[in-house]
Design a protein around this ligand. Structure first.
Ligand code: FMN
Length: 174
């Protein structure tokens, strides 16, 4: 099965997770970036005004893949805006896909995730995994949004998480 791992990351967590999964699956890893650098201000403006930033590479060469695994953070309860162009492409050109995220989880889960994927792509994801940073922080502490947003996962944590993700992905592909 020809699998593409497509990742966007602002502070590095989701790219690191995606890289471990891509390596474990021997999949192509496409790291995407905004044409203009994101700032905290542009993140907030994108989320409030539903803007879609222009990405590089543009999502033209995904047809060759049997499964696309997207990785991106959650911002303000929604999938990070830099993934929108890619998700939207699936609406006109449906393909099997999954979505993975390392998000903060300081306010609990991200309950709108599945509905947003369905709305943006027009089809249900084959797999969704939203891993919270809150779960990496000692359980008796009450991490704030600032704590979780500043947290960088270690390579060991990314590798451990990728083992769990790969196990689930293999269930889809075998
Ligand atoms: C502006 C902003 C808003 C955020 N909103 C959420 C949120 O609604 N839910 C959540 O679980 N995490 C939220 N986070 C935390 C990020 O999802 C988390 O820090 C993630 O690991 C960042 O991924 P990255 O390192 O790949 O950029 C937010 C972070 C930022 C900067």
């Amino acid at each position: 099965m020809n699998i593409a791992v497509v990742s966007y990351s602002y502070t590095g967590n989701n790219d690191m997770f995606a890289a471990c999964v891509a390596k474990g699956l021997s999949a192509t890893h496409i790291k995407i970036a905004t044409q203009k650098p994101m700032t905290m201000g542009s993140i907030i403006m994108d989320m409030i005004f539903a803007r879609t930033p222009k990405m590089q590479p543009c999502p033209n060469n995904l047809k060759q893949y049997d499964l696309i695994l997207f990785f991106a953070p959650i911002w303000m309860g929604h999938i990070a805006s830099p993934l929108r162009e890619y998700l939207h492409r699936l609406k006109s050109s449906p393909q099997a896909y999954g979505f993975f995220s390392i998000s903060g989880g300081a306010d609990g889960g991200n309950p709108k995730l599945f509905a947003e994927l369905l709305k943006r792509t027009g089809t249900k994801p084959a797999i969704v995994l939203d891993q919270h940073i809150r779960d990496f922080i000692p359980q008796n502490s009450k991490p704030t949004r600032n704590d979780t947003s500043a947290f960088k996962i270690s390579e060991a944590e990314a590798s451990k998480l990728s083992t769990i993700a790969i196990k689930e992905i293999n269930k889809l592909t075998t």
